[in-house]
Design a protein around this ligand. Structure first.
Ligand SMILES: [Zn+2]
Ligand SMILES: [Zn+2]
Length: 248
């Protein structure tokens, strides 16, 4: 048996990885595949500010120095959403923003192949989602036409794939109005912008029982998720929760 130093083995694996999956790390665009099993390089994966501790009950935001079990952050107290609880994978810093940007605007779906690693890095999220009905925040059909995909549906599918049996994706909602982007709006304008923008999709049926988790790419003020939650709550579903990749 030939013994190779670790670094050489790693290099060899990198070369093989590059051959099989050519391309660079989508976040740092640096040397690709330091770990041939993941899409993001390990350094970028380490840099993402994963939420590892308990946070605000409604959005998952961590607050240093406070154990937030059952408490809510200032933003959620002000927004007073109708969903019961919420979680996010990470806080949106530069690395995390780039990650979302690549997924949302460049359609780099391969990023979501790393979902099992993300779930390992943010403890508690598997338990939070397991056995739920995952409902992606819908895009308006005009937006689907121009973008070609709904990133929230992609995220929901990647999550349910990891969860396995008992966790399903249902597209219960549709977007009635093509609302302008929320990016530059303040909290109250965001709320007004998405008010009544969503409705139950005609012909969909959901026979209760399971908790529902709305899925989005980012949680900013929670206005979009709350507007979706209101439609579900008004239709008689009372256990409505939310999940987003990033908070910020
Ligand atoms: Zn990287
Ligand atoms: Zn909160």
């Amino acid at each position: 048996m030939i013994s190779l130093p670790q670094a050489r083995i790693r290099r060899l694996l990198n070369v093989m990885g590059d051959f099989l999956f050519p391309g660079n790390c989508p976040v740092c665009e640096g040397p690709p595949y330091q770990d041939p099993n993941t899409y993001l390089c390990e350094a970028c994966m380490d840099e993402v500010p994963w939420i590892c501790s308990s946070g605000c009950k409604l959005c998952g935001l961590p607050m240093s120095g406070l154990g937030f079990g059952g408490l809510t952050c200032a933003g959620c107290r002000e927004g007073d959403p109708c969903f019961r609880s919420g979680r996010c994978f990470f806080v949106l810093d530069r690395t995390a923003k780039k990650l979302i940007h690549e997924l949302k605007y460049h359609g780099v779906r391969g990023i979501l192949g790393d979902m099992p690693y993300w779930l390992d890095r943010a403890p508690g999220i598997r338990a939070f989602l397991k056995g739920s009905v995952l409902v992606p925040v819908p895009l308006h059909r005009k937006r689907i036409r121009s973008r070609g995909f709904n990133q929230s549906l992609w995220i929901a599918r990647a999550l349910s794939k990891d969860m396995g049996e008992g966790t399903e994706v249902l597209e219960l909602l549709e977007r009635k109005r093509d609302t302008p982007t929320q990016t530059r709006l303040d909290r109250s304008s965001r709320k007004a912008n998405v008010k009544n923008a969503f409705a139950l999709k005609p012909g969909t049926c959901f026979n209760g029982g399971k908790p529902v988790v709305l899925i989005d790419d980012v949680f900013t003020t929670g206005a979009t998720l709350d507007s979706c939650a209101q439609v579900l709550v008004e239709s008689g579903i009372d256990n409505v929760n939310v999940f987003a990749l990033g908070h910020g």
